[in-house]
Write a protein that binds this ligand. Structure first.
Ligand code: TNX
Length: 496
């Protein structure tokens, strides 16, 4: 069976293969749509040299057809929906892909579904003895969870648009659909806010260890968000509040009770900084920043942090999170908070993100009981800033050592005792960057683990197994090398 990651719901081998070196007609509903452009790019990458894009299917051999079908794509007759695909999941990303010697047809009910089909097609494309081609196969597929994400911390060390675009490409290839950007922390402020230019100006050029830092202009951010949307990836921006705010306290003196700016912070301690809702400058600051971030963001979500505040009373903390969440709702978005924020009274539609594996998940359970949605980022499984092994040069180890086995071998529905699986929207890996400084280091922390996490989030629990994914990961190394994506040669993968 072909080495597709995440493993599809159903894969049926057929006879023969589709030759990509022949003249190919790419039939698309709309030649200007992103999925048509993605299909052209994917075909070029896998060696199809002669591709003509058309909008009419004349039925002649040699066509690759992308079709938008009915609102609900029905599995073909005789194919039952596999166990583990939750009925409540939006059907929007379901697709089918049939490769026959004369014809390839990808069908979905939405452009996102077609993009997922293209990711499968690109992975299936193999270089054969006789040239580039696709083995004949029929795939029907749908995600287990609707939120399949990666958080990237661009605050501890800054990564700009070119690297983040590469990360979006990686997400899209593995059918991940959320890029959560951690835009502010103690060490740096990474998004220029038009009404508050001092934030990026004074706190954009600092980072952990005293490096050069950097920040995204509003144009950069929009460029990235658009690039992601064209690949079926939603950007969830995070302004971390009320803690992890030294960069704001350094840039805006009035946010401090003393009225004096704090010093630049380039260390890696957490928990010492906090905003104060009692100060007159604080709420206008929240309204300006959250309002502008919301206005720049087409996606539904805005993350307001809420983690690791050690200097506030529980009451002041809850009041702060509630105020920030209210402002987010007024700005038309759904608030997301790290798990501690689940202690506050959150508005309808809020999402709580679990991260701490070792302590009680009480705040998550309480919030879920009041109707919040849950995204799981358990550190010991999906914190991709953890070291692969004890001697690994990069990364931290507070949540444990995380190699492929740890990132893969767990069941999100069973992870949190007492949590109703129906409350779970999905899974998100996290890459904190205290120790990660270059593009190469960043990809080395992501691969191969992120591809394994993508399968946890997309594929049914009973359709996947560690030894099997390890073999498929090994087959993907060539693809990563072609794309210049560095990876860690984990000894849990039988590399060729
Ligand atoms: C905890 S997880 C943090 C981050 C650190 C990370 C390092 C979370 C919400 N907060 O501030 O960067 O650990 O692993």
């Amino acid at each position: 069976m072909p080495a597709v990651i995440p493993v599809p719901s159903r894969t049926e081998a057929r006879e023969g293969w589709f030759d990509l070196a022949r003249a190919v007609r790419l039939v698309v509903p709309d030649a200007a749509a992103p999925e048509a452009e993605r299909a052209r790019e994917a075909l070029a990458r896998v060696g199809a040299q002669r591709v003509e894009v058309v909008t009419h299917d004349d039925g002649a051999p040699g066509a690759i057809v992308l079709t938008l079908g009915d609102a609900t794509l029905q599995p073909p007759a005789g194919v039952t929906r596999p166990d583990g695909v939750r009925p409540s999941a939006p059907p929007a990303e379901e697709y089918s892909l049939s490769v026959d010697p004369d014809r390839v047809v990808a069908e979905a009910s939405t452009p996102e579904g077609l993009l997922r089909a293209l990711a499968t097609l690109e992975q299936l494309a193999s270089v054969r003895d006789g040239g580039a081609g696709l083995e004949a196969v029929h795939v029907t597929d749908a995600p287990r969870y609707s939120w399949r994400g990666l958080m990237v911390d661009i605050s501890r060390h800054f990564f700009g648009v070119p690297v983040l675009k590469d990360v979006v490409d990686l997400l899209a290839l593995y059918k991940l659909n959320v890029l959560h950007l951690h835009l502010s922390d103690d060490q740096g402020w990474r998004l220029d806010i038009g009404s508050r230019p001092e934030l990026a100006k004074r706190s954009g050029d600092t980072e952990v260890g005293g490096g050069a830092g950097g920040f995204l202009t509003a144009d950069d951010y929009v460029t990235l968000v658009t690039y992601a949307a064209e690949r079926g990836v939603v950007v969830v921006p995070e302004i971390d509040l009320p803690g992890h705010t030294n960069a704001a306290l350094h840039a805006v003196p009035e946010l401090n009770p003393s009225g004096e700016a704090t010093a630049v912070y380039t260390g890696t301690e957490v928990g010492f900084s906090a905003l104060d809702l009692e100060l007159p400058a604080t709420e206008p600051f929240l309204r300006d920043v959250l309002g502008e971030v919301a206005a720049l963001t087409p996606g539904d979500y805005l993350h307001i942090g809420g983690d690791e505040v050690k200097t506030m009373t529980p009451e002041a903390y809850a009041a702060f999170v509630e105020k920030a969440a209210e402002i987010v709702v007024e700005a038309g978005k759904r608030p997301v908070v790290w798990q501690e924020g689940g202690k506050a009274q959150l508005p309808d539609g809020a999402v709580v993100q679990l991260w701490e594996s070792n302590s009680s998940p009480e705040a998550v359970l309480e919030a879920a009981a009041r109707g919040a949605r849950v995204v799981l980022s358990p550190g010991k499984h999906v914190y991709l800033d953890m070291k692969y092994h004890a001697d690994y040069s990069l990364g931290l180890a507070w949540a444990g050592l995380v190699d492929v086995r740890e990132s893969y071998d767990w069941d999100p529905d069973a992870y949190t005792p007492g949590l109703d699986p129906a409350a779970i929207d999905g899974v998100e890996a996290a890459l904190w960057t205290e120790t990660v400084t270059t593009r190469e280091e960043l990809f080395t922390m992501l691969l191969p683990r992120l591809a394994a996490v993508a399968e946890v989030a997309w594929s049914a629990q009973d359709a996947r197994a560690l030894d099997d994914v390890a073999r498929r990961l090994a087959d993907h190394a060539a693809l990563w090398q072609e794309r210049d994506w560095a990876f860690h040669p984990s000894d849990q993968v039988p590399w060729p």
